[in-house]
Every structure is written in C-alpha cells, then in structure tokens.
Design a protein around this ligand. Structure first.
Ligand SMILES: *Cc1c(COP(=O)(O)O)cnc(C)c1O
Length: 373
C-alpha cells in the first residue's frame, strides 16, 4: 500500500542536498562560525522579504519573541505585570514568551472561520494594564485586519506578530508601515526557522524583524550577552545567537521558498476542490489573504475514527494543537477560563500532509481516501 507520510524532513531536504552540503563545507572551511557573512546575508534577505529595515538572526522562534518583549521592557515601553493579549488558540510558545518576561497573558478566543484570534473581541479584553497584542498568523494565515489596528491605535498598544508559521504570507490590509507582508505588519515580529516550518533550518534558529531602530539595537545587544560593543555590557543579556552553519542552510532554503510555497498552495487547492465529504470541514481563507499553508487543517467531529481511517489507508496526520495553552499544567492559573471555541477546535482539528514530499497526485489520492470516510 502506498504510504503518505505526514512529514519526512530528510525527503523534504533531499532535493537541495548538494547545495546544502556545499554551503556547510564552505562555512566549515572558512572557520568563522558566528557573526559572519552567512548570518549577515540571511538577515538582509529576511529583512527584504518582510519589507522591514532590520532583521536580527537569533537562536529560535521562542527566543525571538522573548527578546522583543524583553527589549520593550529595557526601552521602558513595557513593565512587569503589564497585560499582553494573545490568541487562546495558538502554540504554547507564544504565551511562554509573555510569561517569561513577567508579563500577564490575556487570552482571546479565535474566529470560527479562520481559527485565528478574533479582533472583534479585543476591545472587551482591554484593561488599564493592557500594553500589547500578539497576533499569531496560525497555519500560515495572516491574522491582520483594520479592527486589530484600530483597537491598537486607540489604546496605544504595541503589536508584536508571532510570524513563526507564516514567513512570506501577506495580508490585504496594510500594516503599520504601509506594507502587506507578515513579519513587517506590526511594531516587531518573531520568526522561527524550526526544521518543520516552511523556511526550515537543519536545527534551531529564528529572527526578529522590525522597522524600529532602537528596538533592533536593543534586541541585537540582548541576544549577545547584553553587549552593545565588545566587552561593554549595557543589559543583563542572554546568548541567543544564530550560527553561521544554520544561516548558510537557510540561505540555500530561502532560494527555494517561493517554489515550495507555490507547491503547498497547489496541494491546498487540490484538497479544497477534491474533498467532498460533508463530515470534513476544509479551511476557510478570507478573501485577499495570501496564506502560505504551513498546515492544511480540516475539522471533524469524530477525530479518532477519522485519523484511524487515514492511518488504515497509509495517510499520516497530526494535530495542531490537541491541548491549548490554558489547559497545560504549567498554566494552572488560566485553567478556569471559559474558552469554548478554543476547546472545540482543539478537539476537532486534523492536519493533513502538505509539506514535501507530498505531491498534487498524492493530495488527490488522500482526498479520495477522505471521501470514503
Ligand atoms: C514554532 C512556533 C514558535 C516557536 O518557534 P521555535 O523556533 O520552535 O522556538 C512560536 N510560535 C508559534 C506559533 C510556532 O508555531
């Protein structure tokens, strides 16, 4: 029986093996493993992709978000105990970045259709302590609209994008800087290059993108022991650097990102057109949004039976995410919150294969299998 793995990173990277090996060898031979040309090149290319002035390569996506919030504290724009609104329906890392900085996460329910944070609910969550909002472009779908911007403007909130799943996506509503690409819409953005992301390294890495000169300088210093120049420590910093080998791998992968995203779009279109089982709800994308299909997520009532049917027919699947942050043991203090839509989604979502090596033909076959459920 033909197998349709949910994800196989070795196969996904196989087409670029020669380029990756050559790039790794170059770094090894050059002998500069940190703070060098590949990191600079990657930073320039990511900044250009996101239409921002600054990109700072860092250790991973969670650190990118932590550094942004910490930098805003150093710059006096956030203080201990301030409230930051985050989507309830997200990966836990979004919320961890807030808690880690002594800030208070305030959870916002998603929209039924896009599963992204519902900006119409923001106004009702604002208190005298609210200082920032962190939209997450979940599954590669931009979470950005005029309501979000208006609420942020009226209440003087910082907008920090969690762009971990959406590098290269675009909104039809311009961001604060008049541009449309995610990672450049708000005041700052955290990006992740975790191996399974659309732009994936061969290990951990991430980046902060922003147009704010002061924030960029502060993040860069914080990520390097808090030092703004050699042996001068302005802040109580961290070591959150991106290394040259990962940067070199990402420069290779970046050359193919557009083509990879186009393939994902074609697969998503095939699923949309071919899945006709009334028990399976396909994703809703609002008009004008350019989404990059980090995940293709369907919803089913009887998830266990559905996944068993997929597995019986050789189709891998996954769940993003089965347990929402407020149900995690580390967030006991949030466990009493009433977030029915978040919990319903957590019980119904199933991610189908969309990453390489999945092909359009595979998507047709998988849709047929789904229609027989
Ligand atoms: C992957 C991810 C992160 C964290 O990125 P890492 O590089 O794994 O630290 C944060 N937020 C979201 C929404 C993610 O999907």
């Amino acid at each position: 029986m033909k197998q349709y793995p949910f994800l196989d990173l070795a196969l996904a990277n196989a087409p670029y093996m020669d380029e990756l090996k050559a790039a790794a060898c170059e770094v090894i031979e050059r002998g500069r493993y940190l703070h060098s040309t590949q990191t600079e090149l990657l930073e320039q290319e990511i900044a250009a992709l996101c239409h921002v002035k600054h990109c700072i390569g860092v250790s991973n996506g969670l650190d990118a978000l932590r550094l942004i919030l910490r930098a805003y504290k150093e710059l006096g724009m956030l203080n201990d105990g301030d409230e930051v609104i985050v989507p309830a329906n997200t990966y836990v890392a979004t919320v961890l970045a807030v808690s880690d900085n002594g800030l208070t996460p305030v959870l916002c329910e998603p929209r039924e259709d896009t599963m992204n944070m519902d900006s119409r609910l923001l106004e009702g969550l604002i208190t005298s302590r609210t200082r920032a909002v962190m939209p997450v472009h979940l599954y590669g779908t931009p979470c950005w609209d005029p309501t979000l911007m208006q609420v942020a403007r009226e209440h003087g909130l910082l907008i920090i994008e969690d762009n971990a799943q959406a590098i290269g996506a675009a909104s039809d509503t311009a961001g604060l800087n008049g541009t449309f690409v995610t990672g450049g819409l708000g005041n700052a953005a955290g990006n992740s290059f975790y191996p399974t992301k659309n732009l994936g390294a061969l290990g951990d890495s991430g980046a902060v993108t922003t147009n704010d000169d002061d924030l960029a300088n502060c993040v860069r210093a914080l990520a390097n022991y808090g030092s703004d120049r050699r042996y001068h420590n302005l802040y109580l910093g961290y070591n959150c650097r991106l290394d040259e080998i990962q940067a070199a791998m990402l420069c290779v992968k970046l050359r193919h990102l557009q083509e990879e995203n186009d393939t994902r779009s074609a697969i998503a279109r095939t699923y949309d057109e071919s899945i006709s089982n009334p028990r399976v709800k396909t994703p809703v994308i609002l008009e004008g949004m350019k989404q990059i299909w980090h995940q293709y997520v369907v919803r089913v009532d009887d998830r266990e039976a559905f996944r068993a049917h997929l597995a019986d027919n050789g189709v891998g699947s996954d769940i993003h995410y089965a347990t929402p942050p407020h149900r995690q043991p580390c967030y006991r203090e949030l466990s009493q919150l009433d977030l029915p839509l978040t919990e319903q989604l957590a019980a119904e979502v199933v991610s189908l294969p969309i990453a390489a090596p999945t092909t359009i033909d595979d998507a047709r076959s998988i849709a047929d299998i789904i229609n027989r459920f």
